[in-house]
Design a protein around this ligand. Structure first.
Ligand SMILES: CCCCCCCCCCCC(=O)SCCNC(=O)CCNC(=O)[C@H](O)C(C)(C)COP(=O)(O)OP(=O)(O)OC[C@H]1O[C@@H](n2cnc3c(N)ncnc32)[C@H](O)[C@@H]1OP(=O)(O)O
Length: 218
């Protein structure tokens, strides 16, 4: 057994990285519940920080002080870097948000072909004019549909395409509803669709294809 230098995944000597096995391995929490709670609270705090920072007008001195504080935190974390499978970020698969701050937290139940959830974008995700950035909306759809699939009983798959339609401005700082569903399955292909609403207004919708990974496929 050796370690893939790029990804940190344990591999048989000379064996290629197995993406399907890697995703299957992530379906258990990467640490004890107390660490999960602390990590989840930390990522919520980070989300709050990014939202406040993105909405704040600070002066030169404040920006320099923040940079120094961030640099200090970065250097403390440097020595703790690990490979992809050992990292904690996004791997708390037993918790809403999974312990990441790339997209707002949401939750979908296990074993469903269809799910609704609530989600709120903060100012970190504003494009302009207090509308949520289109890329952030597409990212939410990719994550939500990928996570719905990961939580279903179907084998691991990966996004092949995702088409997003922006139907109306998506507001920031208010609760939105997302609905996601697996529409049909054809062999290794899973077709999915999602919709993001603010009240009765459809803000965006998406459809996409996920392809099941073959055993051993990276
Ligand atoms: C923490 C927990 C983790 C879970 C966390 C979950 C949330 C995270 C979600 C993030 C998800 C991502 O961002 S994933 C990262 C973004 N995506 C990628 O990087 C994917 C890169 N592409 C690939 O790896 C590959 O192209 C695949 C796996 C998608 C497909 O390759 P393949 O396996 O060789 O399959 P292939 O034979 O080409 O195609 C199989 C069938 O699908 C069709 N097909 C393939 N691609 C397309 C396409 N773009 N448009 C139309 N059709 C397509 C083919 O025509 C064929 O149909 P037929 O002839 O059989 O009819």
């Amino acid at each position: 057994m050796s370690t893939d230098q790029q990804t940190g995944h344990a591999t048989e000597a000379g064996a290629p990285f197995d993406g399907r096995a890697a995703i299957e391995a992530l379906m258990v929490a990467p640490g004890p519940p107390a660490l999960g709670s602390a990590y989840q609270a930390m990522t919520e705090e980070l989300r709050g920080f990014l939202d406040v920072l993105a909405g704040a007008a600070i002066d030169t001195e404040h920006a320099a002080r923040l940079r120094a504080q961030l640099a200090q935190m970065t250097s403390r974390l440097r020595g703790l870097e690990v490979g992809e499978p050992q990292r904690l970020w996004g791997h708390w698969t037993d918790r809403p948000g999974r312990g990441q701050a790339l997209i707002p937290s949401y939750d979908v139940p296990k074993g469903s072909l269809e799910a609704s959830a609530t989600v709120t974008f903060g100012r970190f995700h504003v494009g302009e004019n207090m509308a949520v950035h289109g890329g952030a909306i597409s990212m939410l759809f990719d994550d939500l549909l990928g996570w719905l699939l990961a939580r279903s009983d179907l084998p691991p798959s990966r996004t092949a395409f995702l088409t997003t339609n922006f139907r109306a401005v998506t507001p920031v700082g208010v609760e939105l509803t997302v609905h996601a569903r697996i529409t049909h399955v054809e062999g290794r292909k899973r077709f999915l669709a999602a919709e993001l609403r603010h009240g009765d207004t459809v803000c965006a919708d998406a459809e996409g294809l996920w392809v099941e990974l073959r055993p051993g496929q990276p």
